[in-house]
Write a protein that binds this ligand. Sequence first.
Ligand code: DCP
Ligand code: MG
Length: 385
Amino acid sequence: MIVAHVDLDAFFAAVEELENPELRTKPLVVGGDPHGRGVVATANYEARKFGIHSAMSCAEALRRCPHAVFVRSRHSLYREYSQAVWETIRGVVPTIERTGIDEGYLDVGEVASGFLQARGVAEAVQTAVLAATRLTCSLGVSTSKVVAKVASDLRKPRGLTVVPAGTEAAFLAPFDVRRLPGVGPKAEERLIAAGVTTVGGLAALDDSDLRRLIPGSVGTLLRDRARGVDPRELELSSERISISVENTFERDLLDRDLLHDELRRMAARVAEHLSESGRTARTVTTKLRYTDFSIRSRSTSLRIGIDDSAEIGELACALLDRALQDRPGALRLVGVGVSGLSDFRQLAFPAVSGDAAGHPPSEGSIARASAVDSRAGGASRSART
Ligand code: DCP
Ligand code: MG
């Protein structure tokens, strides 16, 4: 397995900087009220120089840096950016497991045959995410989730750390035990009290010491991880099946009729994808990117699924109008997406309908169908841009 862990850099703060470029050079704290009981959700790297970090009280952050700018978290906005990021990543690596709003694992082995190629794929992810959203991310690449996760954190921001097969244990050994995913505060306390301060120390424990310090299967699991051994596969879910088409314009577009024409053309492509796979969709989404790269999307959900190009087109245009009413401006990109797909066809899909012995399809194989879906949208997307 070659797996990458990707994590966006200072995610909420990076979005706020993108929305308001003046903030970029200032120490920025995203979270609650500095004059109340708010806590820091995240801080940009400028603010981190003052020792400000996630989960610190905002009052403390204000003490450490009185000239910091404080803004409130805007979760729905971050979700929109996150969605754009994951759509982009899927265009490079189709099989992914999202583990949070700004992090997840990528099945790089599916698109790279060795670690040299894997590095190229990871760089392509960084480039694509930056080009599509202006956000930066860091990646770790290795043979297992645990090593990839530790590696992605090593050279933030814009970091890339590749830990090739055979070097995992040596890579992990010098880190503090707390850096190993799975080691909670209690395990850390017991290990340190026994003089085991590094991951390497945990890896070297013999069975009886391990049983004494961290009894049961958790102990062996953590010692395995400390040795770079982690059998976890990617957990693929079928939640986010969607089909989308988008187009970046050569010149920023303000003309409403032209924008509508464009949306109708894209709706026709989406409808074509739907009917090809014999599906209908219950939710239509229009995505807009303004000239300053900020992203908005508007969705509408119906009681019955549709696959009609004209109907999808009209809904998409109405959503665009709504979004432009809320925030007028020229656009550099629009997109149409559908989700809430009827899945009867998916269960009948030959590749995922179970094996010859009649076993039911696994969750993973269903999700692969969804990854293929996203790729269909992604391929047509890149063909147009
Ligand atoms: N977050 C939060 N509260 C926390 C930690 C994080 O609300 N205690 C939110 C804000 C972050 C986002 O989750 O922007 C992602 O968390 P990360 O731990 O990945 O932190 P960042 O992306 O902000 O920074 P880094 O560059 O270290 O990844
Ligand atoms: Mg992050």
